[in-house]
Design a protein around this ligand. Sequence first.
Ligand SMILES: *[C@@H]1O[C@H](CO)[C@@H](O)[C@H](O)[C@H]1NC(C)=O
Ligand SMILES: *[C@@H]1O[C@H](CO)[C@@H](O)[C@H](O)[C@H]1NC(C)=O
Ligand SMILES: *[C@@H]1O[C@H](CO)[C@@H](O)[C@H](O)[C@H]1NC(C)=O
Ligand SMILES: *[C@@H]1O[C@H](CO)[C@@H](O)[C@H](O)[C@H]1NC(C)=O
Ligand SMILES: *[C@@H]1O[C@H](CO)[C@@H](O)[C@H](O)[C@H]1NC(C)=O
Length: 334
Amino acid sequence: MNSSFIISLCLSSFFFHVFCTEAAPEYLYHDCPNTTLFTPNSIYRSNLHALLSSLSSAAPGSTNGFANANVGQNPPERAYGLFLCRGDLNSTTCGRCVAAGERDILQRCPNQRVSIIWYDQCMLRYSNWSILSVMEQSPDRVLYDIGNVIEPTRFMQLLGETLRDIAMRASAGGSEKKVAAAEANFTSSQKLYALAQCTPDLTASDCVKCLQFASAHLPQGKQGGRLLFPSCNLRYDLYPFYNASALPSPATPPPSLAPSPPAPVTGLEVTQKRLASLAMASPAAGKGSLAHGCHDLGKAGLTTGERKWDWEVHGARTSVCGFAMKLASKEFEL
Ligand SMILES: *[C@@H]1O[C@H](CO)[C@@H](O)[C@H](O)[C@H]1NC(C)=O
Ligand SMILES: *[C@@H]1O[C@H](CO)[C@@H](O)[C@H](O)[C@H]1NC(C)=O
Ligand SMILES: *[C@@H]1O[C@H](CO)[C@@H](O)[C@H](O)[C@H]1NC(C)=O
Ligand SMILES: *[C@@H]1O[C@H](CO)[C@@H](O)[C@H](O)[C@H]1NC(C)=O
Ligand SMILES: *[C@@H]1O[C@H](CO)[C@@H](O)[C@H](O)[C@H]1NC(C)=O
């Protein structure tokens, strides 16, 4: 397919997505290993459809933004699924996100036994294995804001302390909700905001483990980052991106820079590969002929609202599909 056609389709669906469908959840990534295909008319397929529909009808009534379900009698054809909504969102927003996920995941991952999709507002996944109460660290995605912070060493130290604080608080959240947020002064004019969440089916220790694992993959010196894992997620930025009044307030004082020893927050040791895709820019774009294409570009950014995100992939997977573009400079390498 013609590259410029792909770009113009994505751009127009981006504008449609942002300016015409205000309440649409913000798609981040999805992952479906193509090694787990099922045949189109299988029992698994109908179980999966029933599963997704049951999750999406549970979401608007869910008080804690989490639910799991399974459909089917016999293990090989049985489908297991769950969703997790961001802890500060109400059930209306949660329901919208999971409903979008139900439509979207079937288009992006047709005939897959195992899939996951992340939005800013929620995560939805399913599998032919039981996934409830199982801590899962892959697949994962790391996104970061392309802007660099001043004083990266001090920033990473503050970030490490803040993330340790919210990881402990989130994990202590009990079986209803495992989420915590914190803010910390970076400079006199800049504040760091961070949010951590685990699926509440995890044990406290699995939740800490997942968030620690995520923290070990932080981008270095970047002013914003999102770390997406199946069992937990982390986000930080220099602006308040969550609704603090909808989250449990900290019992312990937020971390301060002065006394504690520097905590090493290591980034990835392996060379990270930047890949990108122009396909499937938004749920609205899924209808087009690009529904399953993944185009590695070498370099791209992800624009969400007004912010530019670049992103990195680590782990074994080399093919990534996502909404990735840099509107400001149109720096596509095709
Ligand atoms: C699965 O994906 C890999 C890597 O993108 C590709 O080489 C392979 O052909 C795909 N297999 C199927 C069955 O689509
Ligand atoms: C799930 O599907 C994969 C791929 O088709 C298969 O290898 C695996 O055995 C299945 N697991 C179960 C529990 O049925
Ligand atoms: C839920 O949150 C959204 C976004 O903040 C808001 O527009 C909506 O009015 C809220 N709905 C309810 C029922 O509180
Ligand atoms: C951050 O700075 C503000 C004013 O500059 C101050 O009131 C607040 O206590 C500081 N917060 C922390 C956690 O140090
Ligand atoms: C933030 O959360 C509070 C408490 O749940 C809610 O009343 C308020 O409407 C929320 N604000 C936004 C902008 O969603």
